[in-house]
Design a binder for this molecule. Structure first.
Ligand code: KG4
Ligand code: ZN
Length: 348
């Protein structure tokens, strides 16, 4: 609706410079500049390289988003920006830019949580999120299960990874299979030609003895080590590594655990909506398995399209829009870039 507020969102927490513009739940622009290729040869994101790339990209990306949406800065009602968590130097670029634009154009500014934004982005595709919902957040830096009772004011963490994040496991396993960084997309691709039942890789924290203390927690480091040992044994024996089968079997282990625990959280809390967000939510097997298993319990799975799952500015704008609609007060102009912003803080 034309009378809903026009919100601009800025994202710079990792290696993507994103500026998105939304009106209510309608996406008008989603401009993105990625430094991922500059990090590829290091096999992971280099913070200094990311910060510099954000500095170079932020103004052109901002201009591109405004022109894509056909609006000017003066038309914007509020600016939202990722305040944390993320890389300190990278976050600073976005926060400083948001403050500059907000001050120059006399607009309110909302410093928001990157992880809550990964949940909020789904509203751009599927409309308002029924609350309470369970959210499964799986990215390169985080893997968490949350109870979302009021996305504008706070979420309740149910569990999280005790070691590697799910995306990190994809990136590390891809590396040992000789696949490029980031590892999620090439593993997803390879796995399509592989047999997911070829190798029985471990499912971390699913044994009865672990469930008592870690019902909704995840562990992917043992899985990563098991894949490494399996591949090394093959190589030592002088046998070829069946990359597609390893990729499929590894991916199956991750998706099995993620969907089992997320659906258990829904059922234990009597919740009928599961929303999945973060870069790993782009995984085709995770999406299919979640849908297939949820159907049995009458649980609705909401996953945004892959482009909205990985980091972008639209997700920040979507959360900003939700905060404005809920009547949450803007942040102070001295809002921080907080690399360790807790999951429970939706806006600063
Ligand atoms: O949310 P995101 O873009 O950035 C962070 O906040 O971390 O997530 C990036 C992560 C990377 O680890 C990448 O390998 C993973 O998401 N990823 C995927 C897929 N696409 C991206 N993992 C599995 N399957 C995919 N299709
Ligand atoms: Zn992210």
């Amino acid at each position: 609706m034309a009378d809903e507020p026009l919100i601009l969102g800025i994202e710079t927490s990792c290696d993507e410079t994103g500026v998105g513009i939304v009106r209510g739940h309608t996406l008008l622009a989603d401009a993105l500049a990625s430094s991922v290729e500059e990090h590829a040869r290091f096999g992971g994101v280099v913070p200094e390289v990311a910060s510099r790339a954000h500095l170079e990209a932020i103004v052109p990306t901002m201009d591109r988003a405004l022109s894509e949406a056909g609006v000017t800065l003066a038309d914007i009602d509020a600016i939202a920006v990722t305040s944390g968590p993320g890389l300190a130097g990278a976050l600073l670029v976005g926060v400083a830019a948001a403050k500059g634009y907000a001050l120059a154009a006399e607009k309110p500014v909302y410093g928001v949580n990157h992880l809550a934004a990964h949940v909020a982005v789904d509203t751009l595709e599927h409309g308002p999120l029924p609350e309470p919902a369970i959210a499964l957040l799986v990215s390169g830096g985080h893997s968490s299960l949350l109870l979302v009772d009021d996305l504008a004011r706070g979420v309740t963490p149910l569990g999280a990874t005790i070691d590697d994040a799910a995306g990190e496991a994809f990136d590390k396993v891809a590396r040992l299979l000789g696949l490029p960084f980031p590892g999620g997309p090439p593993i997803d691709r390879e796995a399509r030609a592989g047999d997911a039942a070829a190798i029985a890789f471990p499912r971390g924290l699913t044994a009865a003895k672990d469930l008592a203390a870690h019902r909704y927690d995840f562990s992917f480091s043992g899985l990563k080590t098991a894949v490494a040992r399996w591949v090394e044994a093959r190589q030592r024996a002088g046998e070829p590594v069946p990359v597609a089968d390893v990729a499929a079997s590894f991916q199956e282990a991750v998706c099995d655990v993620l969907t089992t625990k997320a659906l258990a959280a829904c059922r234990a809390n009597g919740i009928e909506t599961l929303v999945i967000g973060g870069g790993v939510a782009a995984n085709s097997r995770l999406r299919a398995l979640a849908e297939q298993r949820a159907e049995k319990y009458g649980i609705r799975v909401r996953v945004p399209r892959p482009k909205l799952c990985t980091d972008n500015g639209a997700m920040v704008a979507a959360l900003g829009s939700h905060l404005v609609a809920a009547g949450v007060a803007p942040s102070r102009l001295d809002l921080p870039a907080d690399s360790a912003l807790p999951l429970t803080t939706v806006s600063v």
